[in-house]
Design a protein around this ligand. Structure first.
Ligand SMILES: N[C@@H](CCC[C@H](N)C(=O)O)C(=O)O
Length: 272
């Protein structure tokens, strides 16, 4: 698939797994849909939930693009942003970073070794999520009374009595492609554990079931607060780990575990 060997890092944030490619020394990004799909192939490539490509930026410390396993692009990826911020801060010793994404300019901060990312303000207007038509975004006109929240990507959040029993694998893909979502949607199933604690399971647009979703955790925390279930600081237990969300006046902040798994090189011509 490539004329040259391709070095990448495998990282995960609460089990949300990523291939990270550093193209900061290249003039432009190298990724396209076909290459993303080839790397995302778990048999002939590497496999990932998202691929994050670092690029140089004129107005920020770096730029980041996100690709789903099906070759589509995602406007936001909270857990990959946290992983990349931790990686770059580890390389440079920086305590703060600015990151240019399709979502806008994000800020990452190292607070006593814990990397927080400001994922920006939630989008609650139907055009911005985006939805196909005007409706009450806190109570979408779908069975199960979900809420719609945009975090730079669309989210449809169901509050259910028991997230463990939620039909993530069967209902997730149906809601992902419901005509209410012209760009499809990520789907969250959340249940309340305590006034400041939610259990979350996720079906990601373009990928499927994942062990965690950072933007999904942010969207879920916003929806839970607006529905009067929680305060603005929430612990979110996903399948692969626990995330913390803090919805402040300047945006929705996210933190949680990150890990570097390995760095390796895909051979020239891989994917054949
Ligand atoms: N894992 C991500 C979100 C992934 C993006 C998504 N699949 C999309 O298409 O919007 C996160 O941590 O936020």
């Amino acid at each position: 698939m490539t004329g040259t060997a391709l070095t990448f890092s495998k990282m995960h944030g609460a089990g949300n797994d990523f291939v990270v490619i550093d193209s900061r020394s290249r003039a432009a990004g190298m990724m396209d849909a076909a290459l993303a799909r080839a790397i995302g192939d778990r048999h002939r490539g590497v496999g990932f939930d998202q691929l994050a490509e670092l690029r140089p930026a004129e107005d920020a410390d770096l730029a980041l693009d996100f690709w789903n396993a099906d070759g589509t692009q995602a406007g936001a990826c909270g857990n990959a942003t946290r992983c990349v911020a931790a990686m770059v801060m580890g390389q440079t010793g920086a305590q703060t970073l600015t990151i240019r994404t399709a979502r806008g300019l994000l800020r990452a901060e190292d607070r006593d070794g814990q990397i927080w990312v400001n994922m920006g303000a939630p989008v609650l207007e139907w055009q911005g999520i985006p939805l196909a038509r005007d409706c009450d975004t806190l109570h979408l006109p779908l069975s199960g009374d979900p809420a719609g929240v945009g975090m730079g990507n669309p989210h449809c959040v169901f509050f259910v009595p028991d997230a463990e029993a939620a039909p993530v694998a069967t209902h997730g893909p149906v809601v992902e492609h419901d005509p209410l979502f012209p760009e499809a949607t990520n789907v969250e199933f959340a249940s309340q554990v305590a006034p400041d604690h939610l259990r979350l399971r996720v079906w990601e647009r373009g990928t499927g079931i994942t062990l965690a979703c950072g933007s999904g955790a942010c969207a879920t925390a916003v929806a839970a607060n607006l529905r009067g279930l929680t305060g603005r600081q929430v612990k979110i237990t996903a399948d692969g780990g626990t995330l913390m969300v803090d919805w402040r006046d300047d945006g929705v902040w996210l933190t949680g575990p990150v890990a570097h798994v390995f760095t390796a090189t895909l051979a020239k011509g891989f994917g054949a």
